[in-house]
Design a protein around this ligand. Structure first.
Ligand code: RIB
Length: 335
């Protein structure tokens, strides 16, 4: 059914139907109800694409994350969606799998779809492309990435503090040979967690004679964590404590240590990062640095609504603090 057929059915003009759809307060209640009855009777559904062509809004928000297979991002997106859906928006979700090239492709597609806004956890080390995208008049908020000097809003968690919490925890338990299993430091979250662990080493570790050795993997996945265990165990001296850049890596390390006949935490204590839903369900339950995932997504969505709300908005950072959740995977000091 077209808008014209609805007008004929309700014996009103095209303009009256358009007003009922877009500006109902200007239409007399009796006429408004007659048109709405005709819409229901005709089964008319407004075409967003047609509305877009007339310069309307798409009611769609682009969301670009690093890895939708990571429960951290699904919970973060859930927080954003709950805020945005209450304002009539739907999400167009893109997972870059930490690829800057894929990110650039998705951003072109989102612009072609004329999204009304963008939430992005960048895979790119620099923010030039994101700033350029925002410069095209599309409100854009960084989520889980600091904005630096760029004119953007951001919602983030202090990952430097998070890395420090993880390392201090193992040092305070008496661990001296500590390994840091990290993803690519081109990803800001991995770089900041490393910075925090090194800060703990300087402030606490050196006095205690501790060492912190970093082992790098190409991607923060379960598979890469499991595959890194032989390299971790081959370190000399082998670590008695392992900090993982996220819980997926930690899950892989737990699997790899079990396959190698090592006990956790008896032989090797393991600390993850994110405290995703499965962390407390593992055996042993995983010690992890908790990020407020849902709140992070909701805060970024609120910032975006402020931006789309127009004048008077000032860009700002909403900053959350991480929290160490101690469980059995690190519950005791080295043997
Ligand atoms: O994608 C790597 C990590 O960055 C995720 O596990 C989450 O910690 C995010 O902050």
């Amino acid at each position: 059914m077209t808008i014209r057929e609805v007008a004929d059915l309700a014996h009103v003009s095209l303009g009256t139907v358009s007003n009922v759809l877009n500006n109902p307060s200007v239409v007399a209640p009796s006429t408004r109800e007659r048109v709405r009855e005709a819409i229901r009777e005709a089964g008319f559904v407004r075409s967003t694409a047609a509305q877009q062509l007339r310069g309307g809004r798409s009611r769609t928000i682009g969301v670009v994350v690093l890895d939708i297979a990571n429960p951290f991002f699904t919970e973060m997106v859930r927080g954003a969606e709950h805020v945005l859906r209450d304002h009539g928006y739907v999400l167009m979700l893109c997972s870059t799998e930490e690829s800057p090239e894929q990110e650039r492709r998705y951003m072109r597609i989102l612009e072609e779809h004329r999204v009304d806004g963008l939430l992005i956890t960048p895979a790119e080390q620099d923010l030039d492309r994101v700033v350029e995208f925002a410069g095209h008049g599309i409100p854009t908020v960084l989520i889980d990435r600091e904005r630096g000097a760029q004119g953007l809003c951001s919602a983030t968690v202090d990952d430097v503090r998070g890395g420090e919490l993880a390392a201090r925890h193992l040092m305070e338990l008496g661990h001296r040979e500590i390994a840091f299993l990290n993803g690519p430091v081109t990803i800001r979250q991995c770089a900041d967690r490393r910075k925090g662990a090194r800060r703990a080493m300087r402030s606490l570790g050196q006095r205690a004679g501790a060492t912190l050795v970093e082992v790098g993997v190409a991607s923060t996945t379960v598979e890469h964590g499991e595959a890194a265990v032989p390299e971790l165990l081959a370190l000399d001296p082998p670590p008695t404590g392992v900090i993982c850049a996220n819980d997926l890596l930690a899950l892989g390390v737990l699997r790899g240590l079990a396959a190698a006949g090592r006990s956790v935490p008896g032989d090797v204590a393991v600390v993850g990062y994110d405290d995703v839903t499965f962390a407390s369900m593992l055996s042993p339950a995983l010690t992890s640095v908790r990020q407020p995932k849902y709140e992070l997504g909701a805060a970024a969505a609120e910032l975006l609504l402020e931006e789309t709300g127009g004048s008077g908005h000032e860009h700002r950072d909403v900053r959350f603090e991480p929290e160490l959740v101690v469980r059995a995977s690190s519950g005791s000091g080295p043997r």
